[in-house]
Design a protein around this ligand. Structure first.
Ligand SMILES: Nc1ncnc2c1ncn2[C@@H]1O[C@H](COP(=O)(O)OP(=O)(O)O)[C@@H](O)[C@H]1O
Ligand SMILES: [Mg+2]
Length: 357
């Protein structure tokens, strides 16, 4: 895992205060992002939250309305005044469906980005072969893309993106059109490859498991802002807001009140949840009960009714209702439990989080 690097000259990317409006509509605001060399950051957010717009600003395909950006220590964006052209940034890109050309050989596909450079044909081929070698595909240089597997096509797209040895590689949902099973395998392979190659990369996706598989850190983007940027583990352990917790689907959020004597109470004080209140102010709040913070336990303090018991192959998933509260909890269980029965739950109080209103 990369640590945060204060030496800005060594960062692969530094974005400060980037904003973007189309006419009267602001689609990006307050974007700050530092990417250490060799670090992979995923931009994870729902469709329309501004991920592609931010990627296009980094690539130089779109100008920012305000803010600054540096790539490998070189200024590329300075407000709306300065926007270094894409070809001077030397960035590699991998698009949806890879955009590899079926009528070109693997070698010619990979050499394609070099055609604008003052390099002879042999020098271009040599560099393309080196890139293919780095992704383990040198033996397929003469093949045509249509004869390759999905994983091999992905490697061709990556070889093409790194052929000019870019300081930064940008990925825009390269796997989003594939079916789930294929996507999971390719995401694993892509994550391993990015790590082995030591690439600095921004990887855009709306798929949480893909982001968690591929990235060192994940920037959760909501409504044109980076709501939180952290390691996947840290996002789950300490979501910074109700919105982040909801988007990541970490667990149930229940409305109630912080009460210093009883912890957190809900359902007109009939139910109390044993949370350490700490410095949270008394008054209305929401509590996050992560799925992994509750489990059926005979000694548990919280009673819940089993609404559904769903067999998942390797375990059961219980859908639970708390007395008098409409929010459903979900938690894994080793055994089937009868629907409608009341069961005691143990709660790991350290993992509950309060969000005062
Ligand atoms: N050229 C444009 N003109 C006007 N609005 C745009 C343009 N490009 C994107 N948008 C709007 O900006 C918002 C963010 O779009 P986008 O960056 O493509 O989101 P994402 O990639 O996260 O799905 C959307 O509401 C989209 O409609
Ligand atoms: Mg997009």
């Amino acid at each position: 895992m990369m640590s945060h690097m204060p030496d800005t000259g060594r960062l692969a990317l530094r974005a400060t205060d980037i904003a973007k409006s189309f006419g009267d509509t602001q689609v990006l605001r307050n974007i700050a992002l530092d990417l250490a060399p060799g670090e992979v950051v995923a931009l994870l957010g729902p469709s329309g939250c501004g991920k592609t717009t931010l990627l296009r600003i980094a690539a130089g395909l779109l100008s920012a309305s305000s803010g600054q950006m540096q790539i490998a220590g070189t200024r590329v964006v300075d407000g709306s005044r300065f926007n270094a052209p894409p070809e001077t940034r030397g960035i590699g890109m991998v698009f949806q469906d890879y955009a590899i050309w079926p009528h070109l050989s693997v070698l010619d596909n990979v050499a394609f980005p070099l055609r604008m450079r003052k390099l002879g044909r042999t020098a271009r081929a040599d560099r393309a072969k080196r890139a293919l070698d780095r992704v383990g595909l040198l033996h397929l240089a003469d093949r045509f893309p249509g004869t390759l597997s999905g994983g091999q096509q992905q490697r061709v797209a990556l070889a093409r993106a790194i052929v000019a040895e870019p300081p930064l590689v940008l990925f825009d949902e390269p796997l989003s059109n594939l079916d789930r099973e294929l996507r999971e395998g390719l995401a694993l392979e892509m994550g391993a490859l990015l790590r082995d190659l030591g690439l600095s990369a921004i990887y855009v996706t709306h798929d949480q498991s893909e982001a968690f598989t591929i990235a060192d850190r994940v920037a959760v983007m909501l409504g044109g802002e980076i709501a939180q940027i952290d390691t996947p583990e840290q996002l789950f352990a300490a979501p910074s807001s109700v919105e982040v917790a909801q988007f990541l689907n970490i667990g149930a959020l229940i409305e109630g009140r912080v009460c210093s004597a009883r912890g957190f109470t809900c359902n007109r004080d009939r139910l109390s949840v044993p949370v350490r209140v700490g410095s949270a102010p008394e008054g209305p709040a929401r509590i996050l009960i992560p799925r992994t913070a509750i489990r059926p336990d005979a000694q548990g303090a919280l009673m819940a009714q089993v609404l559904r018991c769903q067999f998942q192959g390797d375990r059961y998933l219980l859908h639970l209702g708390l007395e008098g509260d409409t929010t459903n909890l979900v938690c894994p269980a080793d055994h089937a439990v009868a629907v409608h029965s009341m069961i005691p739950l143990a709660i790991d109080a350290d993992r509950l989080r309060l969000f005062p209103h």
